[in-house]
Design a protein around this ligand. Structure first.
Ligand SMILES: Cc1ncc(COP(=O)(O)O)c(C=O)c1O
Length: 391
């Protein structure tokens, strides 16, 4: 059978057995509507409550009622941005974010601009870090929210979240972070890091797709963006609770946070081995992102003189799954907005491929992948009009 190797864990992950076991009874045994007051409903609500406690513990929230379940990271990001902007519009209509955010944040900000809000998109340095003096410079009297992601999904750079949150609070501004790629990768403590709102998603951490959560610190003013039943999620997020998904998310985040140190160590070893082998077998490439302030799971490499899309497609033929930028933009041929914001030329950005590692990858898998990369790169360079050594 053809070998199949999955190196696209930043796009999504498989559901782990422990998570699946947690979810299964919720489909046909504990199937009540968590909003119903009879025993079937109460049983379902008990599952939701347990998951809420698990999420609270994982991020060290003060109270479980600060966790609101959503349909995933996109909804959590949309809600944080739109909900806070709307609820605080009487104080000001200016928001600060960065150019390297996920489109779930960028497009929510674009929507606010259509509604008459002003948004500042901070540039980043060559490693993808927000520059704190720039942030300070852009703060205005009417700024109500700063939203900066914790870990970038394309290059893995980790922002100085605690310092950014402190700056926000010094000026009485709320701070939101998209932690979709951060959970399970770095330690998140919303109290210590002074985070007001934090977005999470289950399917990046071996949980199911279509479920996530927004942490909203008690006291933060936020308007709902969904309208319906007034009892669901304490009137803030209407819609029948996705009990199986929520149960799976609770278990997934508990495991991810419990094991994050050990998993990180494994993934770091594999990533370093990958880079070492790649350097032996392939010439003319660069690693994008911060050299050390970065997630171990994400490795973004530009291969000079060739297109990332072609590399991805040829690797796919060899059974290897990678992506060219974020999953949501991988069907477009535009150079990644993240690499562009980091000042990387279009020519070099076009040659970028994102490898994202899980704990199930062996050294023998890496040997196979690197051999295939070497073949693919040689094949493409032989027909490329651009000389790789020139870049
Ligand atoms: C940083 C980041 N934010 C938000 C999202 C969206 O999350 P979801 O797929 O759960 O909607 C993703 C998914 O790729 C992401 O990487």
């Amino acid at each position: 059978m053809e070998r199949r190797i999955y190196l696209d864990n930043a796009s999504t992950t498989y559901v782990s057995n422990d998570v699946l076991t947690e979810m299964l009874p919720c489909f046909n045994t504990i199937y009540g509507n968590a909003g119903s007051i009879h025993s079937f409903g109460r049983d379902a609500m008990a599952i939701v409550d347990r998951a809420r406690d698990r999420v609270k513990e994982a991020i060290n929230a003060q109270k479980a009622n600060e966790i609101y379940f959503t349909s995933g990271g996109t909804e959590a990001d949309n809600w944080a941005i739109l909900g806070v902007a709307h609820a605080n519009a009487n104080r000001g209509k200016h928001i600060i974010t960065s150019q390297i955010e996920h489109h779930a944040v960028l497009n929510a900000c674009a929507q606010l601009e259509k509604e008459g809000f002003e948004v500042t998109y901070l540039s980043v340095d060559e490693y993808g870090l927000v520059k704190l003096p720039d942030l300070l410079h852009e703060i205005r009297k009417d700024t109500t929210l700063i939203s900066i992601m914790a870990v970038n999904n394309e290059v893995g750079t980790i922002q100085n979240i605690k310092a950014i949150a402190k700056i926000a609070h010094d000026y009485g501004i709320l701070f939101h972070t998209d932690a979709v790629q951060a959970i399970g990768s770095i330690n998140i403590d919303v109290q210590d890091m002074e985070i007001d709102l934090l977005s999470m998603s289950a399917h990046k951490i071996h949980g199911p797709k279509g479920v996530g959560a927004l942490y909203v610190k008690n006291g933060v003013r936020i308007d709902p963006i969904t309208f319906g039943g007034e009892n669901q999620e304490r009137g803030k997020r209407s819609g029948t609770e996705n009990v199986p998904g929520i149960a799976g998310f609770g278990k997934a985040i508990e495991i991810a946070c419990r094991n994050h140190i050990i998993n990180n160590r494994k993934i770091k070893t594999i990533r370093e081995y990958f880079l070492e082998k790649l350097k032996e077998k392939v010439e003319y490439f660069q690693v994008n992102g911060h050299p050390h302030q970065k997630s171990n799971a994400i490795l973004n490499i530009s291969f000079y003189g060739i297109e990332g899309e072609s590399i991805m497609m040829l690797l796919d033929l060899a059974g290897i799954a990678v992506s060219t930028s974020s999953a949501c933009t991988s069907k477009s041929l535009l150079p990644s907005h993240v690499l562009k914001a980091m000042g990387i030329s279009d020519e070099i950005a076009q040659g970028s491929v994102r490898f994202s590692f899980g704990t199930n990858i062996s050294k023998s898998d890496v040997d196979y992948v690197v051999d295939e990369i070497a073949k693919v790169v040689a094949k493409l360079r032989a027909i490329s009009p651009i000389q790789a050594g020139r870049l």
